[in-house]
Design a protein around this ligand. Structure first.
Ligand code: PEP
Length: 252
């Protein structure tokens, strides 16, 4: 059975107060979740320790980015080892905001994935096409190239630490969601690409991200190749985020 995951990416939002109140609420509500979903909170790195304390081993915690090096003179960066040291088990890699605003290339994504999985962390590798690429009929080719390149250095015994998040760039923070059918089509295509590069495709969790809300999560999560969600805006609203976590069907 594949891991079912709902991860909340706070982006550059939140505060110490939110870390206490929202995470406390999500933790207490998640104790009654019976659908096997792993709930992950991904705050700005500076609040990771506060969130880890609030999460109290009930929720997983991740970071939004790591440096691609082990250690050294890289001012402003944090390493996968440091992330693990602070109690995190997940990290996002290649979020479209990092690719577009900070020039994160597929080579950098691959190097970060390598650092994360060799430290035993789960890398959530984000891929997705722009609106222009979709309209040009290139969505599947663009995503396939990102998957192949980003996962090029994963060794045979490291695949259990890989999660892929499909996030069409045109759907992130825009209120536009891919239809459940379109998302399913892309997820099935990603699974084929994974099989083609020798990954155990059927056991790798594929998350959908892009304006997932309490009222559209259930339809997305009902699709056979959608194993969870990467949630931005709605993860900052405690009740909405819990409702999304509850939308995961049990026993799939
Ligand atoms: C994200 O930040 O990964 C995301 C999907 O954002 P939103 O849910 O706000 O579209």
């Amino acid at each position: 059975m594949r891991r079912k995951i709902v991860a909340g990416n706070w982006k550059m939002n939140g505060s110490k107060d939110l870390a206490e109140k929202l995470v406390g609420y999500v933790r207490s509500e998640s104790e009654s979740l019976d659908n096997g979903v792993e709930v992950v909170i991904i705050p700005p790195a500076i609040y990771v320790r506060d969130v880890v304390e609030q999460a109290a081993d009930t929720l997983a915690v991740g970071v939004q980015n790591v440096g691609q090096w082990q250690s050294g003179a890289f001012t402003g960066e944090i390493s996968a080892e440091m992330v693990k040291d602070q109690g995190c088990t997940f990290a996002l890699v290649g979020h479209s905001e990092r690719r577009q605003i900070f020039g994160e290339s597929d080579d950098m994504v691959a190097a970060k994935v390598e650092r994360l999985v060799s430290c035993g962390l789960t890398a959530v590798v984000c891929v997705g096409e722009t609106l222009e690429e979709r309209e040009a009929g290139r969505a599947e080719a663009v995503v396939a190239a990102q998957v192949k390149h980003g996962l090029a250095s994963v060794a045979a015994d490291q695949w259990s630490r890989i999660v892929v998040a499909y996030e069409p760039v045109w759907a992130i923070g825009t209120g536009k969601t891919a239809t459940a059918e379109d998302a399913q089509t892309m997820h099935a295509s990603i699974r084929k690409v994974l099989a083609g590069i020798g990954a155990p495709a059927e056991s790798i969790s594929l998350l959908y991200g892009g304006s997932v809300k309490a009222d559209n999560a259930a339809a997305l999560f009902a699709e056979p190749d959608i194993d969870g969600g990467l949630i931005g805006g709605a993860s900052l609203k405690d009740k909405d985020f819990v409702s999304i976590c509850r939308s995961m069907p049990a026993g799939t």
